[in-house]
Design a protein around this ligand. Structure first.
Ligand code: AHG
Ligand code: MN
Ligand code: MN
Length: 348
């Protein structure tokens, strides 16, 4: 006989990611099976990258730069290249994902053997926060799943140029003291922790709800000189209030993870050098916006909900204000006041 305590712990240990997906969708139908299998492959990618990172200080060829630059003009790290390849490899021979698009690839990548039946596209940031990798600090991977609605003849992938509400699923993997897999299928946000003894992601927190507000803000204040006056006004306001705390890790995934659990706001506004900010819509801001809305928070460009932004190109950037509802609304009120003031100045 199994006693109650043992049963509880067995139930918990058996709530693996793939089982959780089927439970969320309340179906064993083909789409549910596909999404469950996709999450299983993404989990394998996460485990492979986590394993690679765990030997970073011991093995040659993990850390440092490759010497090349990606389509964004950013220096590519060996870990970016490795992780990008991992996501491709785990979906080969899967029959699931026909096309992948990532920060590290100029154009979408097709896996021809999957395309006759693979109904999905995977968009991903293989390593987010890669400047943290050489110093053994938190980094992550971000992913988004969309239905594939067309093939692209010229590498433009026009069917991907739709708003973020078209996402079927989104999530991230956080490589921290433990490896965590956080995802949503549009039915709440759920977090799993990697149990190294089992090699499985086991449910850690279900239906995460972000606090309505918090006094934590997360932004690279080194860009102050490059911001619009309205963003500077918000930061001046924060500095004059009692109780605010700044936290900025250099990896969006880890700043977002903290905010998801504890509340607050992350912002990456446009700068003089990058008017649309640094972060990319399809595989950074839209997936996290999908998650934050599912957790009861918000994500905005300052003027528009991130999930309503329709990109014109694959690697499009957006300003980002994301987190607790009240914090996001406060930043927005500063940004919109600035927009009104500049419009009035033009009409005068
Ligand atoms: P990536 O490593 O995928 O290029 O992303 C880095 C991003 C994001 O993770 C982080 O929040 C931000 O860049 C940090 O940028 P700054 O150094 O300009 O603050
Ligand atoms: Mn990134
Ligand atoms: Mn990246």
């Amino acid at each position: 006989m199994v006693n109650t305590g043992q049963k509880y712990s067995l139930d918990r240990d058996c709530m693996t990611l793939s089982r959780h997906v089927l439970q969320q969708l309340q179906s064993f139908g083909p789409e549910a099976q596909d999404l469950s299998a996709i999450m299983g492959r993404l989990a394998l990618a996460g485990k492979l990258i986590a394993r690679h990172l765990s030997s970073a200080g011991l093995m040659e060829g993990v850390l440092g730069f490759t010497g090349s630059t990606n389509v964004q003009g950013e220096s590519v790290k060996k870990i970016d290249e490795y992780a990008n390849r991992v996501f491709i490899s785990v979906f080969e021979q899967s029959g699931l994902v026909c096309r992948l698009a990532s920060e590290e690839m100029d154009k979408p990548y097709y896996i021809p053997e999957n395309c006759p039946i693979g109904r999905y596209s995977l968009l991903y940031d293989p390593v987010d926060g890669s400047s943290n990798s050489d110093i053994n600090l938190n980094i992550g991977s971000i992913f988004s799943i969309r239905q594939q609605e067309g093939m692209d003849e010229d590498g433009q992938a026009r069917d991907l140029l739709q708003n973020g509400r078209k996402q079927l699923a989104a999530g991230y993997i956080l490589y921290g003291p433990s490896t965590m897999f956080v995802y949503s299928l549009g039915t709440g946000v759920h977090a799993f922790a990697l149990d190294p003894s089992l090699g499985e992601f086991i449910l850690s927190r279900e239906n995460i709800q972000i606090p309505e507000s918090s006094s934590t803000y997360s932004v690279n204040e080194g860009n102050f000189w490059q911001w619009d006056e309205s963003v500077r006004d918000y930061i001046r306001y924060v500095h004059e209030q009692e109780g605010y705390t700044a936290r900025y890790s250099g990896a969006l995934v880890s700043d977002f993870h903290r905010i998801l659990y504890q509340g607050g706001v992350f912002l990456y506004p446009g700068t003089v050098k990058k008017p649309q900010g640094k972060l990319r819509l399809l595989y950074e801001t839209a997936p996290l916006a999908f998650l934050v809305e599912q957790a009861g928070g918000r994500a905005s460009t300052g003027e528009t909900e991130i999930l309503d932004v329709v990109p014109e190109k694959l690697h499009e950037r957006t300003p980002l204000i994301i987190g607790s509802k009240e914090n996001v609304a406060l930043v927005e009120s500063f940004v919109q006041q600035g927009t009104r003031a500049s419009q009035e100045a033009v009409t005068k």
